[in-house]
Design a protein around this ligand. Structure first.
Ligand SMILES: NC(=O)c1ccc[n+]([C@@H]2O[C@H](COP(=O)([O-])OP(=O)(O)OC[C@H]3O[C@@H](n4cnc5c(N)ncnc54)[C@H](O)[C@@H]3O)[C@@H](O)[C@H]2O)c1
Length: 253
């Protein structure tokens, strides 16, 4: 079995690479940070892949090199992500300056990186009846005043996963997403750490990602919460086929 993990050079992605390698999966450690990817590839006996997920041409080249090297792809973890709030900024700062500065980049990594990855990997995943997991966030289910753009992109990942579940299932591919709470990785900036909240370990969230990668097509489209030390649990939405009931005009969205 072959698995590709984006953002595999650090944090949650690196922990997932270690877990997959431990169960015999040939790991492709993909990251824009080539040095980080190489460290994790050396550790897991995997293949390091320099990949900027926000570039469609880079995705096509990456999948071509996986096909050359392994001839198949069974598991795809679309985990790379970034925030718009600069490290060191206070969570009480006005977010508008960094929304203006970082919007395109955050959208490109967190959303284009997921869509381009699915499109590029589709033929290999279909051939392998593969599985996809995306790393969203608790901020994909609730507002995040300190980083509205991050929250927007993580909501978008959830909408994409739920909407693509059917079309992917028709090709024998399962998809799901994990929404972590705070996780002890380099993404958490010092001011957030200073709040003294408890953070999950990267390995704990990686275990949740692994659970979703193990899910069957019958369970596809699930959005899973991974908080603290809790086992992952599936978030239940209202019936997606029923219009919202608090809608006096009766307008179907
Ligand atoms: N740490 C948290 O508290 C937390 C909470 C909820 C969700 N998440 C999500 O978890 C995922 C993993 O983050 P993490 O916490 O392990 O952080 P991290 O900073 O340790 O890892 C993120 C990785 O993504 C890579 N990356 C960034 N831009 C990229 C690009 N354009 N192409 C390829 N790789 C790129 C980075 O180089 C890094 O290796 C992200 O999607 C993040 O939004 C993290």
């Amino acid at each position: 079995m072959v698995g590709l993990v984006t953002g595999g050079g650090s944090g949650i992605g690196a922990a997932l690479c270690r877990r997959l390698a431990a169960r015999g999966v040939a790991v492709v450690v993909a990251d824009v940070d080539e040095a980080g990817a190489q460290v994790v590839a050396d550790e897991t006996g995997g293949m390091a892949l320099a990949l900027d997920v926000s570039r469609r041409d880079a995705w096509e080249a990456a999948i071509a090199s996986v096909a050359d090297e392994h001839g198949r792809l069974d598991l795809l973890a679309l985990n790379a992500g970034t925030m718009s709030r600069p490290r060191g900024a206070s969570i009480d700062d006005d977010p508008f300056p960094w929304i203006a500065e970082n919007y395109e980049k955050v959208r490109a990594v967190n959303n284009d990186g997921v869509v381009f990855g699915i499109l590029a990997a589709l033929p290999l995943l279909e051939a392998a009846s593969g599985r996809i997991v995306c790393t969203s966030s608790g901020a994909g289910l609730r507002p995040l005043d300190s980083d509205p753009i991050y929250s927007m992109t993580k909501h978008a990942v959830i909408g994409l996963v739920r909407s693509l579940a059917g079309p992917l299932a028709a090709r024998g591919i399962a998809i799901g997403a994990v929404c972590p709470g705070g996780v002890d990785t380099p993404m958490v900036s010092p001011d957030i750490r200073a709040l003294g909240r408890a953070f999950a370990s990267a390995d704990h969230v990686a275990e949740a990602l692994e659970t979703v990668l193990d899910a069957s097509v019958a369970e596809t489209g699930g959005i899973w919460i991974s908080r603290g030390t809790e086992a992952p649990w599936r978030y239940e939405f209202a019936d997606a086929t029923t219009p919202p009931s608090h809608n006096p005009a009766g307008v179907t969205p």
